[in-house]
Design a protein around this ligand. Structure first.
Ligand SMILES: [Zn+2]
Length: 185
């Protein structure tokens, strides 16, 4: 990038920043004090799933939804990476969350390929990152267990097939909260 390009980019960034701040003010929302309380990969289970839109700047190409919360605002706001960074005053932190989510998506693809031990009917187990991960089935209902937590629902629905049980097991064994809460804890 030459100096002229950098200057254009810098001005664009400044204009973008100003537009985001203006939008917050129009909503009557605070311009600082925001923190990320969740991050969602809209293509986590389906690589062709439609992308999301940023509620602040309107960008329609958001794969990772950053859920931003503020004690002085009545509801969380779902935005893309740069807007999240502007809201929390730290674009690098928002970019780092996305990088970690991309790594987690890779780990999930590997997790799905991995074989499970199946010592007896209705029970599967494997070790992931040094932790035991288990799946139980009884009467067509599955429960996943890892790291001292259990889940019998996935994305709000009871788990009735082995693949959803694997997805639920991954969420327990490699929780998104580890990425989101790193800075907020
Ligand atoms: Zn945005």
């Amino acid at each position: 990038m030459n100096a002229a390009d950098r200057e254009v980019k810098h001005r664009a960034d400044k204009a973008f920043y100003a537009r985001c701040i203006r939008q917050l003010k129009e909503w009557g929302a605070p311009t600082d004090g925001w923190r990320c309380i969740g991050i969602n990969d809209v293509r986590e289970d389906d690589r062709d799933a439609p992308l999301s839109s940023c509620e602040l700047c309107g960008c329609a190409h958001v794969r990772y939804e950053h859920i931003m919360d503020n004690d002085l605002y009545f509801e969380p706001v779902t935005v893309g990476c740069i807007c999240a960074g502007i809201m929390e005053g730290n674009v690098l932190a928002a970019e780092e969350r996305e990088r970690q989510m991309a790594n987690r998506a890779k780990r999930k693809r590997n997790f799905l390929k991995h074989k499970w031990q199946h010592p007896w009917r209705g029970y599967w187990r494997r070790v992931y990152r040094g932790r035991e991960v288990e799946i139980f089935e009884s009467g067509g209902r599955y429960t996943a267990r890892a790291g001292g937590r259990a889940a019998s629902r996935y994305k709000g629905r009871p788990i009735t097939d082995f693949y959803s049980a694997i997805y639920a097991a991954f969420n327990l064994a490699d929780p998104v909260e580890d990425i989101v809460c790193e800075r907020n804890r």
